[in-house]
Design a protein around this ligand. Structure first.
Ligand code: ADP
Length: 667
């Protein structure tokens, strides 16, 4: 059992005192009761002995008068209630008794009542008498023979002493002792209470104050009423509370100041934020304008360039002198190179402006790699280089990847390797780094035996417009954008592009790329249903409509198609195309995607939606300059059947024509 301070103090103060008082009281009472009883016994015995002595003569002489007087005298003692005197034969010779009302009856024939008091008796002995002359001489010498005692016995006396006075006295003692004990206990209780007030009272008050302080009421103080060690504790706690309060007030003040400063800063921040928002809005507007400008520029620059390339290719097919053919070849190469430069710059700007969106599809990795690598097979062969592709067996066949971007990266690396290597071999190796259920990390290494790259240039080559200015590489064409674009594309795909190289030995470009593993193989439907090409035959009579806002492009397309069909019409806008389609059923429509006013997509949608129109089911071939294939989905959902890319080449347009013409289902 756990006792509180208050209980302990009370216990310590009261228990010993109470015990001592009880013991002493009981001992005292016991002793006094015993003494009382002893005194009574002695008194009774003394009375009876004296009566026996006094009655000797009267009994001896059978003087009843004296006996009566003696009996009365003894009954005069306060607590004697019965006196009986017997002769030697045991017969009552005198008897006296005090009644309950105090009345004395002295009569030898009194009936013996039930005795309730203490009984004392003594024998009446005859004193030996010597007769000398006329006088009796009493001798106090006792005969040695005990038998003499019986000879001397002349009677006996019995005295009964009342018990009541003793009982009263005993009760009185008991009561007094108890009262004294009670007084002692009360005194002890009072002392304990005082002690409790002086010791535990301050301790409890201290506890209360400490609890208040702990609960945060720092204004709480202890009433300093003690003078001893407790007093020191009380003033110590009060000083501590005062110190705490001061420091809290100081802290509060600092917090208030800090809050005020923070509020001010927040206000300033808010203002700056508003200004920033405004600036961002302006920047976004500027960026938007820039993007629009770029899109327009790209269209404006590439459209005539497409015309130049297309006509140069057409020109190359006409009879030319060898010098003219040489010029045309040089012009074609220059136009292609200019197109590559423009496309690279536009790509880079698009990436920088975060305008590239990924198009992750399910694809066969080996197909993607073969397409991208063997594109440069002819160039490598021309330079006498070996070009090899190897794929480890554990590389998954099907992966989830943005085919366009992935191909662009590989093509760029292989193209660089072919471009900068003069002899030896170029290898493209693919292996698996890590695999789990949903992803595989592949490593693609493009190694060459070219001039290599100096260690200090290893990072520089990934910066935009950086070309290594060496006599070996300088003559190679390029913008210095290829690797910058590759690195950003790989970053965008979640991978890493690094290089290690030993100058004079060759370079290794390493692409580490995480690819998704498809749970089911779903390949995107090709844009169109490929149909069997028609055999080259006599000139067809099918009607073809060319829709392009650019006159040169219309001329170019017409020039390419003229040798194939005798019926070609061309219009310069979407509206004109719709008009023409209302009156004529065409067998093939070549439609530019981007045109002012009604663009190719919208015209296609309208034609497809006019269920009973003449050209509801005519094959429509989109013409696009879109390099990243971003227009594919739009064209597909609008209802186009196929597409050709600018610059229009005789080969691509002829192929499309042969694929579709004469094979279109009847409307
Ligand atoms: P570009 O090829 O258009 O000049 P890149 O960004 O593709 O631009 O390459 C930057 C430079 O890095 C190149 O000019 C060339 O000096 C160096 N480089 C790239 N690939 C290789 C390679 N395989 N071997 C040696 N040098 C290379």
């Amino acid at each position: 059992m756990r006792l509180g301070v208050r209980s302990r103090v009370l216990l310590l103060a009261l228990l010993p005192t109470t015990l001592a008082a009880l013991l002493l009281g009981l001992y005292q009472m016991h002793t006094r009761l015993q003494d009382l009883e002893q005194a009574h016994q002695q008194r009774g015995q003394a009375i009876v002995n004296q009566l026996a002595l006094a009655a000797e003569f009267a009994v001896f002489t059978q003087n009843n008068l004296i006996l009566r007087q003696l009996t009365r005298a003894v009954l005069g003692e306060a607590d004697v209630i019965d006196v009986v005197i017997y002769n030697a034969l045991g017969e009552t010779v005198m008897r006296g008794r005090r009644e309950a009302d105090g009345h004395l009856t002295i009569d030898p024939d009194l009936v013996w009542p039930t005795r309730t008091g203490w009984i004392f008796d003594a024998s009446i002995l005859r004193t030996p008498v010597e007769v000398s002359g006329d006088a009796f001489l009493f001798s106090d010498s006792e005969p040695d023979d005990p038998d003499d005692l019986s000879q001397r016995l002349i009677g006996s006396v019995t005295v009964e002493l009342a018990r009541d006075p003793v009982t009263h006295r005993q009760r009185h003692i008991l009561l007094t002792t108890l009262v004294l004990l009670l007084i002692c206990l009360l005194g002890a209780a009072l002392a304990g209470w005082r002690l409790e007030r002086t010791i535990t009272g301050p301790i409890v008050a201290l506890g209360t104050t400490v609890r208040q302080l702990r609960e945060g009421d720092l204004s709480a103080r202890v009433e300093e009423r003690s003078t001893t060690e407790l007093g020191a504790l009380e003033s110590g706690i009060n000083e501590m509370a005062a110190a705490l309060q001061t420091s809290r007030d100081r802290l509060q003040q600092q917090v208030d100041e800090a809050t005020q400063e923070l509020t001010q800063t927040l206000g300033q921040l808010e203002q700056q934020n508003t200004e920033l928002k405004l600036a961002r809005h302006h920047a976004e507007q500027a960026s938007h304008s820039k993007s629009e400008f770029l899109a327009t520029m790209s269209h404006e620059i590439r459209t005539p360039l497409h015309g130049v390339s297309g006509f140069l290719r057409l020109l190359a097919r006409t009879p030319l002198s060898s010098r003219q053919a040489d010029y045309v070849r040089l012009l074609t190469a220059s136009a292609d190179s200019l197109m590559t430069i423009i496309n690279s710059v536009l790509d880079f700007i698009k990436i920088e402006a975060n305008q590239l969106e990924l198009d992750v599809q399910c694809g066969k990795l080996s197909d993607i790699l073969e397409c991208a690598v063997y594109l440069y097979g002819a160039n490598a062969r021309d330079k006498g280089l070996q070009l090899e592709l190897s794929i480890d067996a554990d590389v998954p066949t099907w992966v989830l990847v943005d085919r366009q971007r992935f191909s662009q990266v590989i093509s760029n690396l292989v193209s660089n390797a072919v471009k900068f290597t003069d002899r030896g071999r170029i290898t493209v190796h693919v292996n698996t780094q890590t695999t789990n259920t949903h992803t595989v990390t592949v490593q693609l290494i493009v190694s060459d035996t070219g001039p290599g790259i100096a260690p200090e240039d290893l990072e520089r080559i990934f910066q935009a417009f950086q070309q290594l200015d060496t006599s070996r590489t300088r003559p190679q064409a390029g913008t210095g954008l290829g690797l910058a674009i590759c690195r950003r594309l790989v970053d965008l795909l979640g991978g890493k592009l690094t290089v290690d190289s030993e100058p004079g030995q060759g370079s290794r470009f390493i692409v580490t790329l995480p690819l998704g593993i498809p749970t089911e193989i779903v390949t995107k439907q090709p844009l169109l249903t490929v149909r069997e090409p028609l055999d080259k035959g006599p000139l067809a009579t099918e009607r073809v409509l060319i829709v392009d806002d650019n006159r040169v492009n219309r001329r170019l397309a017409r020039s390419i198609l003229e040798p194939l069909t005798s019926s070609i019409e061309d219009v310069a806008s979407g509206a004109e195309a719709l008009n023409a389609c209302q009156t004529t059923r065409y067998d093939l429509i070549l439609m530019d995607i981007r045109m002012p006013g009604l663009d190719g997509i919208e015209v296609t949608q309208r034609l497809r939606n006019t269920t009973h129109g003449l050209n509801h089911r005519t094959p429509i071939i989109g013409i696009t300059a879109d390099l990243f294939g971003e227009d594919r989905d739009v064209m597909l959902s609008a209802g186009m059947n196929d597409c050709v890319y600018k610059p229009l080449s005789p080969e691509s347009l002829e192929a499309v024509f042969r694929r579709w013409i004469g094979d279109s289902p009847a409307p």
